[in-house]
Design a protein around this ligand. Structure first.
Ligand code: GUN
Ligand code: ZN
Length: 440
């Protein structure tokens, strides 16, 4: 056995299937071991089981990392986030379109400079790992350099990431706009250089309908038709003003979604961020295409965009993923996303269980993004991306979790009271990349 062979020992939780919306998880949907063991080799999980049962098979002298009293889970996945907006989080007093013009576009202009993009990419990945997030689908900016910087930083850490260059050929500052042909040529070059390289994948990234000409959207659909293993990420029906603008710009389309449909952008690897203001017929069309909506609760609240109806999506058979949408979002932490999702659910009489929440953050997001053969669960063959939570991370959490009566109650306390302090360690590709108590 080589140096990368290790065992992580401790309480362990992973999903096998959607646990459903009930207070108890659906039969067979959860793997929970009180004293579990994860055997890691060459960046993958090679065995999972009860520690006592696995112990006799372990090579003599193998390193055992003791996480007793903690909780070992698959690394969290963020289905929609903008790395270049890290430094404009918490910008006051605007809703979407003014927020873009007043804060976002000026900030994104700074990414023309490669050194700046590299510095932010590095800080962003450090923050993600501190929050227990090991994979994400990421908007860069319209500058190809911003994508090079992000993929380079991800590759250096061995992270599984999806990302893409923003396509935007109108209605933005000149320093940020590409052209229909230039944006496509840049995307094709980035795809050739990065897609499928190690753990990296490319996501075509038209920002949203108002900032692309029909020619650019049409060319994007053309790439996707010829390369169906690419992902696509954009925004849909987030804000009332945005929706009215799309109706003006595309009068021939019957609704916002029809714009994306017309250009062939709605498929099984398409993620539409927000999707707040949809009717059931639009949800049905998205579901039929196998697309997913990224529910971004902290962003939807922060930008005053609206309350996302998770139950209506479930009724339509439409996959919902969970996302931070930083910098519209207020927190990179998956736990913070769960807390806000729960609060939105309460306002709509559809409170989200902890089972459902932790499923969505892990296997649910992995499945919806077609990454579940690699990540999202703790099973033999999966990549060793792992988060270790500390149920006693703070004095308050310690008090609260000392009196929980079940795993469901503990998970719920973690999602309501937890934050980055709750993340005791984060592993990716079989390596420990964040340790909360590391000595600087
Ligand atoms: N719609 C178009 N661009 C953006 C963005 O950067 N953030 C959010 N939240 N919505 C968008
Ligand atoms: Zn977004």
């Amino acid at each position: 056995s080589n140096a990368q062979t290790r065992v992580l020992r401790g309480p362990l939780l992973s999903f096998i299937n959607d646990p459903g919306e009930g207070d108890s998880p659906a039969e067979g949907s959860v793997l929970h071991l009180e004293d579990g063991a994860l055997w890691l080799e060459d960046g993958r999980i090679c065995a999972v089981g009860d520690y006592q049962e696995l112990a006799p098979q372990l090579p003599a002298g193998i390193e055992v990392v003791d996480y007793s009293g903690k909780l070992i889970l698959p690394g969290f996945i963020d289905s929609h986030v903008h790395y270049a907006q890290l430094d404009i989080m918490a910008s006051y007093g605007r809703q979407l379109l003014d927020w873009l013009n007043d804060y976002t576009f000026p900030e994104e202009c700074r990414f023309a400079e490669r050194a700046h993009a590299e510095e932010v990419a590095d800080a962003f990945l450090t923050e993600m790992l501190r929050a227990g997030t090991t994979s994400a689908q990421v908007f860069c900016t319209s500058h190809p350099n911003s994508v090079e910087a992000f993929f380079g930083a991800s590759q250096k850490r061995g992270l599984r990431m999806l990302a893409g260059k923003v396509l935007m050929d109108r209605h933005a500052p000149e320093a940020l706009t590409d052209t229909a042909e230039g944006g496509i040529a840049d995307s094709e070059r980035l795809i050739a250089d990065w897609h499928g390289k190690g753990r990296l994948g490319y996501s075509l990234t038209p920002r949203f309908a108002p900032t692309s000409t029909p020619a650019q959207l049409d060319a994007t659909g053309g790439i996707l038709r010829n390369a169906p293993d690419l992902h696509l990420q954009t925004h849909l029906s987030e804000n009332k003003g945005e929706i009215a603008w799309v109706a003006e710009l595309f009068p021939e389309c019957r609704d916002y979604l029809a714009v994306y449909e017309r250009f062939g952008l709605v498929g099984p690897r398409s993620t539409f961020a927000h999707g707040i203001h949809l009717d059931q017929e639009m949800r049905n069309r998205l579901a039929a295409a196998g697309a997913n909506i990224a529910f971004c609760p902290t962003s939807n609240l922060f930008l005053g965009s609206g309350l996302f109806d998770r139950q209506a999506c479930r009724d339509a058979g439409l996959n919902t993923t969970l996302a931070s949408d930083v910098g519209g979002g207020t927190d990179l932490s998956g736990l913070a996303t769960l807390k806000a999702a729960y609060q939105v659910g309460q306002l709509l009489d559809q409170p989200m269980t902890a089972w459902q929440g932790f499923y969505r953050l892990t296997l649910g997001n992995a499945r919806a993004l077609h990454l579940d053969q690699h990540i999202g669960s703790l099973r033999p063959g999966a990549e060793a991306d792992i988060v270790v939570l500390d149920p006693a991370a703070t004095p308050l959490l310690a008090r609260r979790t000392a009196r929980t009566q079940s795993l469901a109650e503990t998970l719920f306390a973690l999602m309501i009271l937890g934050d980055d302090r709750t993340v005791y360690a984060t592993w990716a590709g079989g390596e420990c990349l964040h340790r909360r108590d590391a000595i600087a």
